[in-house]
Structures are given as C-alpha cells and as structure tokens.
Design a protein around this ligand. Structure first.
Ligand code: HEM
Length: 421
C-alpha cells in the first residue's frame, strides 16, 4: 500500500528492477567495505548527538570550581549525562573500526588484484576516502581539548608549517592562525562536522556508483563455472532481499560488538588527562598515526637543508614527503600492475599465484608495522640507528622469504599442472 503510493509518484519499481536486482558476491571478504560504510553511518548518528552538546570554543569557563576551556568543559559534561559517555565512546570506537576496516579492505583489493582495469579509478577514489577518513580522525582528536588532544595536534601543526614555500599559508588555513590559538577549535569543528563528512559522503557515493556500474570482481573459481554455463551475470545473491537482510544483520552484529567494546574499554578519558597546561608532555598519537610518528622519530633532528629557497626539515621529510611518497606508490599500483592482456579483468587473482606483488605487499606491510613499533622506541630503549636496522632487516626478510616460498610453490604447482596435462 505505502510502496504503491510512492511508486505511483516516484516510479520506485524502475529503481527496484534496475538496482535492487543486482548481484552481490557471497565471499565474506566483500563485507569488509561494508564494515567501513556501517562504521561511517554510526559515526554520523553518534556525531549528531555529540554536536548538540559540544561547544567549539576555548574561552575559559568554570567547571567544578576550576577555570577550563569551554570545549573541554562541554565534553566532561557530556560524559556525565545519561548515555553521554557511552555515545562518545561508540563514536570513538567506530572511528577506530572504520580506519581499521578501510585498511583491511584495501589489503583485500590489493592482494586479489581487484584494482586492475576497469577499477583503477575506484582504487584512486578509495585512496581519497582513506586520506579523508584520516583527516576526520585527526580533526576529531583536538575537539575535546584535553592535554592529549593538544599535544597530538601540535605535532601536526609543526608538520604543516614545515611544508616548503606554502607552510605558513597551510597552517593558517587549517589551524586558523598559530596553534594553540582561539581560532583553531572552531576551524577544526567546521572541518570535522561539515567539510570532511560532506567530502566523505560525496566520495562514498562516487565509490558506490562506480561499483554498481562496473560490478564487483568475482572469485577466480567462478570463471570455469560461468564459462561452462555461458553466463555473463555475476554469481552471487540479489541485493534485494537476500543481501539486504545479510547486510542489516551484519550491521546489527557490528553495532553489538562496538557497544560491547565501548562499554568496557574507555577511550581518551579526558577527565584523566585534564585540560592543556604549559608543561604538557608529548603523548603518543593513536595507532593509525604511529606510522608517521615512528618515521619522524627515526630522522636525525639536525637533518635540514634548503632547495630553491624552501627549507626541508625533519618534519618535512617525516610528516610530508614520506606520507606523500607512500600514497603515490599506492596510487601507481594499478598502472604498474596491469595483469595479462589489455581487456577488462573482472576476476580476482589468487594471492599465492602472484609472488612478486604478494611479497611486495607483505614486505611493505612489515615495513609500515615496524614504523609503528618505532613509535615506541623510547619504551623499548632502542636508539634510532638500531631501530632503523631492525626495520630494514625485518622488511627485507619478510619480502625475500615470502617471495622465495611463493616462487617454489608456483614452480611445484606448474609442474603438477603439466603432469596432469
Ligand atoms: C570510507 C572508505 C571506504 C568504503 C566505505 C568502501 C566501501 C566499499 C564497498 C562497500 C565495496 C563493495 C564490497 C567490497 O568489495 O568490499 C567496495 C569496493 C571497492 N573498493 Fe572500497 N571502500 C572504502 C575505501 C577503499 C579504499 C581505501 C580502497 C583502495 C585504495 C578501495 C577500493 C575499492 C575497490 C577497487 C573496490 C572494487 C573491488 C571489487 O570489485 O572487487 N576502497 N568499497
């Protein structure tokens, strides 16, 4: 009845026939992108709740007899409300899960070569989503305006200032002047609740549109089955109703996990940190920024030189050039690894059958994980020199061992195939 009413006005049946009958692959790794999507939806819903209570200002106000910044006071008061603290924790945990699932989703796409023609563009859109999601986490960091937030943001401030030629301009644009200053919190609030979510919604929409147009890749094991049946349709289940029911159940399960974790594991308990004070020590950022933080710690503090009037400092190398280079390498992957032939490559590859790319991914992954460990160099009592040697040894070993093993495996596999033939 309701459907009929809307259908007569909006021709919903056409939409249903065109989009909702499309097929979704049944392999569970295709749910990784959905985890990122669902975490984002949870972030928006909990963010709206927090937005009603948050005060984006650093003017000093009284809280339990002490003078503290208004932003800090508003978050402490949120934690005291019924449901306030749990919603703030759900928001923070959803952000963690979103970033983690983006990384695992990216790894799925990388290791199965799902970035090849025609999906190069969606790979680039995905990279944009990754960078902007990191921006969302970064701008959210500062908002509670605790000791933790301000030290983490000040590292980024010095990185922004270190960009040759345009560093001052970038820091004025992002931090609204010096940091800390009265303008930074309102500027970050605007970026966190308005600019970045809009960009994310737009890019996620584009990512999904391209996906609907190009369809998913399919596991290689489907190839023979489809050729035998002479079918062109993707093997899987229709979006409506099967996949929708699976996705919704999956979302409820994910929510259950997030709420469970948020109930027992506090994140960023600002009451323990307190508001910023002049002698605040530098604190380690959350895990997803540790790669850059660890890299910064490895660079000798006196390493600086100038090129065409622009100063290159350790902050420029660790905080600007290294992340830019890493993203560039990721962006080039679909254009360097095109696979066999020039046609469309709609089947996923088995990672075990691609020794070079798989071992490159494993070596690169170990390198990045070791940089996270470098973020804890002081705790481990390691010098930058020793840590650098460990990083080179671990990533080279991971790369060469996995490459050798995969080559041997493939030699054996080819031999068996020839025997069978
Ligand atoms: C907010 C972040 C992201 C969201 C919400 C998202 C969502 C999705 C979803 C739901 C799918 C379909 C299911 C699947 O293949 O898992 C997908 C596919 C895809 N994503 Fe993402 N994604 C995000 C980030 C990324 C990143 C960082 C990359 C890579 C750099 C990427 C590259 C791709 C590609 C190439 C496909 C097509 C894969 C195929 O057909 O096998 N995405 N994404």
């Amino acid at each position: 009845m309701i459907f009929k009413w809307f259908d007569e006005r909006l021709e919903l049946r056409k939409f249903k026939d065109k989009f909702l009958s499309k097929t979704f692959p049944t392999h569970p790794t295709f749910l990784l992108g959905e985890i990122a999507l669902f975490s984002f939806i949870t972030l928006v819903i909990t963010g709206i709740f927090l937005g009603f209570l948050y005060e984006p200002s650093v003017k000093m106000v009284s809280l339990f007899g002490a003078m503290v910044p208004a932003a800090y006071a508003s978050v402490v008061k949120t934690d005291l409300l019924p449901m306030g603290m749990i919603i703030r924790r759900i928001h923070h945990w959803s952000a963690m899960i979103m970033i983690a699932s983006i990384l695992v989703h990216l790894m799925r796409v990388y290791f199965t070569a799902s970035y090849r023609k025609p999906r190069e563009l969606n790979w680039l859109v995905g990279l944009g989503l990754w960078c902007i999601s990191m921006g969302a986490a970064f701008t959210g960091y500062l908002l509670p305006y605790s000791k933790f937030s301000t030290t983490a943001t000040s590292i980024a401030y010095y990185i922004a200032k270190s960009v040759p030629w345009i560093g001052d301009w970038i820091s004025r644009l992002v931090f609204a002047g010096d940091f800390p200053s009265a303008g930074t919190v309102p500027r970050f609030f605007f970026m966190h609740v308005m600019l970045i979510p809009m960009l994310l919604v737009g890019l996620i929409g584009l990512h999904m549109l391209i996906l609907v147009k190009q369809k998913h890749t399919e596991p290689n094991s489907n190839k023979k089955k489809k050729e035998a049946e002479g079918g062109r349709r993707l093997i899987g289940i229709p979006i409506w109703p099967e996949q929708t029911i699976i996705s919704l159940s999956f979302y409820l399960f994910l929510l259950f996990i997030i709420v469970l974790v948020a109930t027992y594991i506090p994140l960023n308990p600002i009451e323990n940190y307190g508001p910023p004070s002049p002698g605040t020590p530098v604190m380690r950022p959350d895990w997803y920024f540790l790669v850059v933080y660890g890299f910064l710690k490895l660079i000798p503090g006196d390493l600086s030189f100038s090129i065409l009037g622009g100063n290159i400092t350790p902050e420029t190398i660790g905080g600007v050039l290294f992340p830019a280079f890493t993203i560039l390498v990721f962006a080039l992957i679909p254009f360097l690894d095109k696979g066999k032939g020039k046609g469309l490559q709609n089947y996923t590859e088995n990672p075990l059958h691609r020794p070079f790319m798989t071992s490159f991914g494993i070596g690169g992954g170990v390198f990045l994980c070791m940089l996270v460990v470098a973020g804890y160099m002081d705790v481990l009592h390691l010098t930058a020199r020793t840590m650098s040697i460990y990083i080179i040894l671990a990533s080279t070993a991971a790369w060469s061992i996995s490459y050798t093993l995969l080559r041997l495996y493939n030699k054996k596999r080819m031999g068996e195939d020839n025997d069978e033939a």
